[in-house]
Design a protein around this ligand. Structure first.
Ligand SMILES: Nc1ncnc2c1ncn2[C@@H]1O[C@H](COP(=O)(O)OP(=O)(O)OP(=O)(O)O)[C@@H](O)[C@H]1O
Ligand SMILES: [Mg+2]
Length: 506
């Protein structure tokens, strides 16, 4: 390309202690182009972009902006050169309002005081860019993860950058919101903004990208056009091809003729004011029940109530015939429930604690003998599960927060494998997980149901819901809008149920 790049990371390298994470990688961002970074969980994508964002300093190579070598000692320095970043792990302050978060570090002032009305107006303008119509005085901590992601995007957009880095911005978004983001990206591109885009949703690459840089184990593998077929991209990324992306084997354990598998989970008339109402369903041994719906339909709230993470107003949750007390996580764990929450950072993991401790969290108390925690046993179980899930880490004593995003997700899952949970409540279980590791998680779901377990899976990824569920419930506005068998379910059928009201209003 004859055009000069806006920014180039040239032959950069990065090590953390003894571990080399990035080795001799070169990538450029051009005006009006979207450069895609592709690689498995832990391949080094986030580490690479953090060198462009002023978060990390490269140990080797150099950073070139507009043809000049620069150093980016802080995120502020990167922003001053017009580089804005939407990070994979959200950097919002939950106790502050949306407006304060969007304008953090750039508060408008008047007579030496924060100008509250200017603050609100600018935040509102930023949110309207991505079509988010929400009270900017709302505390960020009250928002679900999808809306938090949109706030993070609005924050980066409000900087008016020339270079925008987007690290898995769509992981927490549904198709509808993803489309709004892509419309914004198309507009930015036409105005000459250069972008660096990361996503594990391969279908998005051809849709928004121009060129793809593939990384494997921190090394440059190839640069190919974004129109490259998905199976070829997968091959470049993981070094082999993946035949079946959704390997659902119907899990029902062998049944004597004419009998039904045992009912494992029964939810009856469950209601929680303002969140969901009168929800009833059952899940049998061997079954994966998918729950689809739009963001805000009440899916996460429902799952949290069943898992004992939140209280509810009325109704009952029964596991193998025994009613569970409300809002009691320990009782739920005892009954065999494992809960993979949608927000791994806020609710799933203790990021400062080790991988070992995080994996053992649900089990250490119950495996104690004579009142003594069984640390050695726990450690070997954790090691075995980490190997099985191929959690990419340096050692098991490393802080879970230092794992790549997808590997953190596997750690949340691993906890319940160790706990031998037989009723798994999965909320967006493969968010941020690469194609290869997704298949590994699906195989685990198959193994759990084949052994007589039951799974409830909330997912915004329709192909995943359709590919892995035996039966699908669709929620809309806190209520059950319908139920589809695997045979009846299509993207259209699910979306019609999920969005009927929206269509009627339009
Ligand atoms: N601060 C750190 N200290 C030690 N190791 C780190 C640190 N940050 C990242 N790593 C390691 O660097 C490797 C690459 O991580 P990175 O987050 O860049 O991966 P990624 O490609 O973004 O993966 P994902 O798709 O899961 O987000 C991982 O093995 C991770 O454990
Ligand atoms: Mg990452």
């Amino acid at each position: 390309m004859s055009q000069q790049p806006l920014v180039t990371l040239q032959n950069v390298g990065k090590t953390f202690g003894p571990v080399t994470v990035i080795k001799d990688v070169t990538v450029s961002v051009y005006a009006g182009k979207v450069q895609v970074l592709l690689g498995e969980n832990g391949a080094g994508k986030s580490t690479l972009i953090k060198m462009m964002a002023g978060v990390y300093q490269p140990d080797a190579g150099r950073i070139v902006v507009d043809g000049k070598t620069v150093t980016l000692p802080t995120t502020r320095a990167a922003e001053e050169l017009g580089i804005a970043t939407i990070h994979q792990e959200l950097n919002l302050v939950p106790t502050m309002s949306i407006a304060e978060n969007v304008m953090l570090g750039r508060m408008p002032t008047k007579h030496g005081m924060v100008d509250r009305s200017a603050l609100r107006n600018r935040a509102r303008a930023a949110l309207s860019l991505i079509g988010l119509d929400i009270d900017v005085d709302t505390l960020v901590g009250e928002l679900g993860i999808a809306r938090q992601q949109l706030v993070e995007i609005a924050k980066a957009l409000s900087i008016n950058a020339r270079i925008l880095i987007l690290d898995e911005p769509t992981a927490a978004l549904t198709r509808h919101e993803t489309e709004s983001l892509f419309a914004v990206m198309a507009d930015l591109r036409s105005r000459g903004v250069g972008m660096l885009f990361i996503s594990h949703h391969l279908d998005e690459i051809a849709e928004v990208g121009d060129t793809v840089t593939v990384l494997r184990d921190g090394e440059f593998i190839a640069e190919v056009p974004a129109s490259t077929p998905e199976d070829e991209l997968v091959k470049l990324m993981v070094g082999r091809s993946i035949e079946d992306q959704y390997p659902r084997s119907t899990g029902a354990a062998a049944q004597p003729a004419g009998t039904q598998p045992a009912e494992i989970l029964a939810v009856e008339h469950l209601s929680s004011n303002g969140q969901f109402s009168d929800i009833s369903f059952t899940v049998r041994a061997g079954e994966v029940l998918g729950i689809a719906g739009l963001v805000g339909a009440g899916r996460t709230e429902l799952i949290r109530a069943i898992a004992g993470a939140d209280h509810y107003d009325s109704g009952t949750v029964t596991v193998r015939g025994r009613a569970l007390p409300k809002g009691n996580i320990q009782a739920a764990i005892k009954a065999g429930i494992g809960h993979v929450p949608e927000d791994r950072k806020g609710q799933g993991l203790v990021t400062g604690a080790s991988v070992n401790d995080n994996l053992g969290y649900a089990t250490l108390a119950s495996t104690a003998r004579l009142g003594l925690a069984d640390f050695a046993g726990q450690r070997s179980r954790a090691q075995a599960v980490a190997t099985k899930l191929r959690i990419r880490m340096h050692t098991i004593d490393q802080a879970v927060g230092a794992l790549s995003g997808g590997n953190q997700q596997k750690a949340v899952f691993g906890r319940w494998i160790i706990a031998a949970s037989t009723v798994l409540l999965l909320d967006e279980p493969t968010r941020g997980v690469d194609v290869g590791a997704k298949v590994e998680i699906y195989e685990l779901m198959n193994a759990i149901t084949a052994a007589g377990g039951a799974i409830v899976m909330v997912s915004s990824e329709l192909p995943e819901i359709l590919g892995m569920s035996d039966r699908i419930l669709v929620m809309r506005d806190g209520k059950l809008a319908g139920e589809l068998t695997a045979a009846e379910a299509t993207q259209d059928a699910v979306m019609t149920l999920a969005a009927r009201d929206v269509d009627e209003k339009n």
